[in-house]
Design a protein around this ligand. Structure first.
Ligand SMILES: *[C@@H]1O[C@H](CO)[C@@H](O)[C@H](O)[C@H]1NC(C)=O
Ligand SMILES: *[C@@H]1O[C@H](CO)[C@@H](O)[C@H](O)[C@H]1NC(C)=O
Ligand SMILES: *[C@@H]1O[C@H](CO)[C@@H](O)[C@H](O)[C@H]1NC(C)=O
Ligand SMILES: *[C@@H]1O[C@H](CO)[C@@H](O)[C@H](O)[C@H]1NC(C)=O
Ligand SMILES: *[C@@H]1O[C@H](CO)[C@@H](O)[C@H](O)[C@H]1NC(C)=O
Length: 413
């Protein structure tokens, strides 16, 4: 068990380190009040997420007073996103590199180019170094009337990785300003039913609270892990035994109020906080995500489920079909415990008898429902889990790196 704990602590440490190193454009610009409007738009258009996921990138930020028509005009969010994409160069340029451009000029591709909405060279910016050291940026096929924007100063840079520069005003072009049709509304039930997750769609549709919470989150940022039909069928006997509140909690347990692209999931690991953590329960309701041999696994300590297919991966909504129903440790016995108790403890609705006389005491049934039954029942479940050697509770609080280091040292000694 000591080894197991050590391994867990080490894994958690790795996550903390990754989080510290992570590049967050909103955090960098957030330190400077004068970029609050630019920051706000990066966030609202979800471009910030794409920037953070990228490597080798240069952001051309514009100060509040220089935002001009970008804040005053009535552009749709889709159009604003395209204009902002022109400000994200898919290459590394810090001040030094700008001042040393060979031949004094270069064309660099931007995220607008990558969006697929930029015809011809409309997704490129020309960077020109002028006599006297002035550096300007202009959209490649801009009309004669468009004035170039000027490099003002370097805000922050991390060599060959990312660079954030201030420019004098907004870069734009007719192509970027073109109206963008709003994305077609997503019908969650339809999307889930089409592939892999018809049964799960049915469970959601039957639970208004779970459905409304998930449906209400999908337009902001949502990752949904939907168990494939076979997984739902296998879990149905247990599901039926849950109280109404526990059913809602377990459905919400499959939804994460954040957008995780497949690329992001494969290159990160750590604790996943779910809609059950945030909306129904005071309890943890999290699990660990990691990638092994290119397969993303979700480990709840009760079940280990793997992502089998992508139903949709389109910011701000990702839906992945998973191999097993995710069973939270808040409602079911952790894997280790099953070794001790050959017949897994049933999850029973509150009103029914929990334990038949003579049933093994090791089976000490975890509480059926967290929010419904109050603290006493919950604690007994947790105690049972702890005694059975479940992961230490500090695992769920990996935000405190210092505690983790201390724990790792203590365990490793
Ligand atoms: C980004 O927007 C979300 C709401 O969509 C908000 O909760 C969050 O605080 C914003 N982040 C920043 C850094 O502005
Ligand atoms: C950008 O550079 C290309 C190639 O050097 C050139 O053909 C084009 O005219 C330039 N565009 C502008 C707006 O300066
Ligand atoms: C979504 O799709 C389902 C199944 O196709 C349908 O029954 C439902 O009416 C649709 N909901 C909306 C809001 O369009
Ligand atoms: C789900 O949310 C959409 C908005 O994205 C809304 O139009 C739709 O009516 C909602 N569906 C249900 C069944 O409430
Ligand atoms: C459901 O609850 C009943 C009554 O407590 C129990 O006999 C049965 O084994 C449970 N089923 C499952 C799958 O947990």
């Amino acid at each position: 068990m000591g080894l197991r704990r050590l391994a867990v602590a080490a894994a958690v440490l790795a996550v903390c380190a990754a989080a510290v190193e992570g590049f967050d454009i909103l955090q960098i610009l957030g330190k400077h009040d004068e970029f609050s409007q630019f920051c706000k738009l990066l966030n609202e258009t979800h471009l910030a997420g794409d920037i953070n996921r990228d490597r080798t990138i240069t952001v051309l930020a514009v100060a509040n007073g220089d935002m001009g028509h970008l804040t005053s005009a009535h552009y749709s969010l889709g159009t604003i996103r395209h204009i902002l994409e022109l400000h994200v160069v898919a290459d590394y340029y810090d001040e030094k590199k700008l001042k040393q451009l060979s031949h004094g000029a270069t064309a660099a591709s931007t995220l607008f180019q990558r969006s697929g909405f930029a015809p011809g060279m409309a997704g490129y910016v020309n960077i020109t170094q002028h006599r006297g050291g002035k550096v300007t940026f202009i959209v490649d096929d801009a009309a004669d009337s468009v004035k170039p924007v000027t490099f003002v100063k370097q805000i922050e840079s991390h060599r060959y990785d990312y660079s954030v520069l201030q420019v004098s005003s907004v870069l734009s072009s007719p192509e970027a300003e073109a109206p963008v049709a709003p994305p077609a509304p997503v019908n969650l039930t339809e999307l889930l039913s089409k592939k892999y997750c018809k049964s799960f769609a049915g469970l959601l549709a039957a639970d208004a609270k779970a459905f409304d919470t998930i449906n209400g989150t999908k337009d902001t940022a949502l990752t949904l892990f939907c168990p494939v039909d076979a997984a739902v069928a296998a879990f149905m006997p247990k599901f039926k035994n849950l109280t109404a509140k526990a059913k809602t909690a377990i459905l919400l347990y499959h939804a994460v109020p954040d957008y995780y692209s497949m690329q992001f999931l494969k290159s990160n690991k750590g604790k996943v906080t779910t809609l059950a953590s945030t909306s129904v329960a005071k309890k943890d309701y999290t699990y660990e995500a990691q990638t092994e041999a290119d397969t993303v696994t979700l480990d709840t300590t009760v079940t280990t489920s793997t992502i089998q297919a992508t139903v949709r991966d389109d910011d701000p909504l990702a839906i992945y079909a998973v191999s097993k129903f995710l069973q939270p440790k808040e409602l079911f016995k952790p894997k280790k415990a099953e070794d001790l108790a050959p017949s897994p403890a049933p999850e029973v609705p509150k009103k029914k008898t929990k334990k038949k006389p003579g049933s093994t005491s090791a089976a000490a049934a975890p509480s059926d429902d967290d929010s419904a039954d109050g603290p006493a029942a919950d604690d007994s479940a947790d105690d049972a889990a702890d005694k059975a050697g479940a992961a230490p509770s500090m695992l769920t609080r990996w935000g405190t790196a210092a505690a983790m280091v201390a724990a790792a040292l203590a365990l490793g000694a």
